[in-house]
Structures are given as structure tokens and as C-alpha cells.
Design a protein around this ligand. Structure first.
Ligand code: FES
Length: 160
């Protein structure tokens, strides 16, 4: 898949209406890798674990494939929080995609801050296929954290 195809696919995903869930709950977009975190989230679902339903999961092959601009796009579309999650270090199915991802985001966080994004609204985590419980905890805690933050989604880009 070429860069332009991935970008178009991501735009299609972030174009989905994110108004489902309880009215007033913050909309959260989770970019996850197919192999670990998506499987962990799937395990949580098939195990009938309860967690906030305000999260829209966007599955990509690997966290190393997630373009940082996807995060900006998600905020522009009204998300109030963005989560990126993939395989634990050493477990990436493409050997080192998660290491590339971690390095990319360490730098990209500074740019997000420069754009005026409240960095408390972006979170990164590692969830394996067997960690349905961890996925539930991360989603519930992140949702509570976003709810406690002041401001609306339109306040995210604060720089004038
Ligand atoms: S395949 Fe999961 S982070 Fe690379």
C-alpha cells in the first residue's frame, strides 16, 4: 500500500461520524496496530468486558505505519482525545515498527504542542493480544482523563 492510499484510507476512517456513544462523552480516536492492540481490544469485546463506548478504533497494519498527521486530522474532525497503541517493544510483527513509531512520536509531540494541542489529549500505549484487561483500563482511564480536561474540541488548537 502506498502513502497516498494509506492517507486516503485514514481520511475515510476519520471522516466517520464520531457522534455515537453517550451524548456528552468525549469522542476518542484510537489508532491501533492490527496484530497486538486490535486483538487485545477484540479479546475485551469477545470476553464481554465493559468499557467506554465513545472510542472509535482505527486499525492499521503497525504503529510504525501511522502517519502523525492522522492525529492532527482526528483532532480537526472533532476528536477530543487520540490514543495510539501497538505491540510491546520487541513484539512488533514487522520487527521494529513500534520502535520507529516511538521515536517518531517523541519528536512529533513537540510539534503537536507547537500547534497548540493539549498534550494531555494524546496518549501512547502498548497492548498485547492477550491484554484485554489492559485495553479496558487504558480506555476507561483515558476517557475519565479527557472528561476532566477543560475546554471543548474547538479549544484544542489554541495558537492564534
Ligand atoms: S505490528 Fe504491532 S506495532 Fe508493529
Amino acid at each position: 500500500m502506498e502513502d497516498k492510499d494509506v492517507k486516503k484510507e485514514s481520511q475515510n476512517h476519520t471522516d466517520v461520524k464520531i457522534e455515537r456513544g453517550n451524548p456528552g462523552d468525549p469522542r476518542i480516536i484510537a489508532f491501533v496496530c492490527n496484530w497486538c492492540t486490535y486483538s487485545g481490544a477484540d479479546l475485551a469485546g469477545t470476553s464481554r468486558m465493559k468499557y467506554s463506548d465513545n472510542v472509535r478504533v482505527i486499525k492499521l497494519p503497525c504503529t510504525g505505519r501511522i502517519d502523525p498527521l492522522f492525529i492532527v486530522e482526528a483532532f480537526k474532525k472533532g476528536a477530543k482525545g487520540v490514543l495510539v497503541s501497538g505491540c510491546h517493544p520487541g513484539d512488533c510483527h514487522y520487527t521494529s515498527g513500534n520502535y520507529h513509531s516511538r521515536r517518531k512520536y517523541a519528536t512529533f509531540r513537540d510539534l503537536l504542542g507547537y500547534l497548540g494541542v493539549d498534550l494531555d489529549r494524546v496518549e501512547f500505549s502498548w497492548v498485547s493480544a492477550s491484554e484485554g484487561n489492559k485495553w479496558v483500563s487504558i480506555i476507561n482511564e483515558f476517557t475519565d482523563k479527557i472528561k476532566s480536561l477543560p475546554g471543548k474540541s474547538t479549544d484544542i488548537f489554541t495558537k492564534k
